[in-house]
Design a protein around this ligand. Structure first.
Ligand code: EPZ
Length: 415
């Protein structure tokens, strides 16, 4: 459980960690070779621990020293992925493409749905089938076979981050060229292609497609992960919601354009430096409407925190979630803290209030949990947030970094 005594502005500087959603596919990319893959700026997170446990279980030698992870070996990779790890973390499913490319036959459990939606993997499987894989799903397990994957054109009905990464990972060891039409263009996907190129694949991005020319053998590489734009955006919103002044360093400001545009429109002062962003919110911000979408649209992972921010802004705002089916898990907790917000279909409508009060609340997933923490930092009084382990999945040293900004927050054992 996380306990917050809120009601004071956050002031100070915090450094962004490496991007969780770039780190996880990078670990899966290491399955494509037996040479050493060194991942630098790796975040210390529960999800990263899960990904490294999976890599070890599948046959990789894994070493970790601070923010540097080294994966090598794996001459003989396992062909069955453990269900417990796939259910614990959906990104484990990205091991399917690499394992199939390396071993020719894989049994991979389907990842379950979660708090934000059913999260099917039909685009992943259709993509692999385009590359020549025989795919069957039986009793919740994907059975995939392919003697040799062959490059092909894969059209994605939706620019799915995971499906794009899945096809790129498999295409890296496929014969010939794989063209992904309508790919996801999130910075984390581009970061994966930087790693695959360093490993010997040839990747070229175009306006509407990304083309990867695979190799029969890939080498190792040393790869420094991009900073986590979602973590950085969460701290910027923490500064804004508490009317403080917060600087986040070690960021790529160009990965934060949508958020910075929105909080600037709301009246928050935003200053961008080369690798840092500072927000200052002395006056009460006013409400702005937000709609999430594929990159460079407003990131769905910052939708829960921005709803919390808008609950204290002046006026009415609508926040439309177009990426996931049911991603308003934070709303119930915000209402318990005095917010006036309701959900109609895939839109949250906020009526700004002048203040929130502490309460006992539940975090339902990583980003909803972050939203509730932000509300608690601004609220008067004490908030007890159960489900704090969700936060440790996606935010490195969340409590420590918030305390570094002057927050009164600590972890307590769940009663
Ligand atoms: C990635 O999830 C991220 N996770 C998510 O971050 C992020 O919210 C999401 O991309 C969108 O940006 C990682 O990178 C590990 P999608 P992913 O495939 O790949 C539908 C966080 O908190 N879809 O782009 O699962 C799907 O149901 C997490 O860090 C299909 O229909 O996202 C959803 O509605 C949460 N069929 C939409 O596409 C498929 O085969 C976007 O999903 C695949 C996806």
């Amino acid at each position: 459980m996380i306990v917050v005594d809120g009601g004071r502005p956050l002031v100070g500087t915090v450094r962004a960690s490496g991007a969780k959603n770039a780190a996880l596919p990078a670990v899966m990319a290491s399955l494509l070779t037996t040479d050493p893959v060194v991942i630098e700026n790796a975040p210390r997170l529960l999800d990263m621990d899960t990904a490294l446990t999976l890599a070890r279980t599948l046959g990789k030698e894994v070493g970790q020293e601070g923010g540097t992870v080294r994966l090598c070996g794996g001459d003989e990779l396992a062909q069955v992925a453990p269900d417990a790890l796939v259910q614990r973390m959906r990104a484990s499913f990205l091991a399917l493409g690499p394992l199939l490319a390396r071993t020719g036959e894989v049994w991979m459990p389907l990842p379950g749905g979660c708090a934000i939606g059913p999260r099917p993997v039909d685009l992943h499987l259709r993509g692999l089938a385009c590359l020549g894989a025989e795919i069957a799903v039986d009793g919740g397990v994907v059975h995939a076979k392919a003697r040799q994957l062959r490059g092909s054109t894969v059209y994605l009905d939706y620019p799915s981050v995971g499906a794009t990464e899945q096809v790129l990972l498999a295409g890296a060891l496929a014969e010939g060229e794989t063209v992904v039409v309508n790919p996801a263009r999130e910075p984390e996907v581009v970061d994966l292609t930087r790693l695959l190129s360093a490993m010997g694949a040839d990747v070229v991005w175009h306006m509407d497609r990304v083309v990867i020319r695979g190799r029969l053998e890939l080498g190792g590489a040393t790869h420094r992960l991009i900073p986590d734009r979602i973590e950085a955006g969460t701290y910027l919103l923490a500064g804004a919601i508490t009317r403080g002044t917060v600087t986040v360093t070690g960021v790529r400001p160009d990965h934060l354009d949508a958020l910075l545009a929105k909080i600037s429109q709301a009246g928050v002062e935003v200053a961008v430096e080369e690798a840092a962003v500072r927000v200052a919110a002395s006056a009460r911000p006013h409400a702005v409407n937000v709609q999430t979408g594929p990159y460079p649209g407003f990131p769905t992972d910052l939708q829960p925190p921005v709803v919390a921010f808008l609950c204290l802004a002046e006026g009415q705002a609508t926040v439309t979630e177009t990426v996931f089916e049911s991603r308003f898990g934070q709303v119930e907790a915000l209402v318990r803290m005095g917010a006036r917000v309701r959900v109609s279909g895939n839109t949250a409508i906020t009526e700004g209030v002048s203040g929130l009060h502490g309460a006992a609340v539940q975090a339902t997933d990583i980003r909803a949990g972050a939203a509730v923490v932000l509300a608690a930092l601004a609220a008067h009084g004490r908030t007890e947030i159960r489900g704090g382990s969700h936060l440790a999945r996606g935010y490195e040293d969340f409590v420590g970094k918030l305390r570094g900004l002057g927050a009164t927050v600590w972890e307590a054992s769940e009663p």
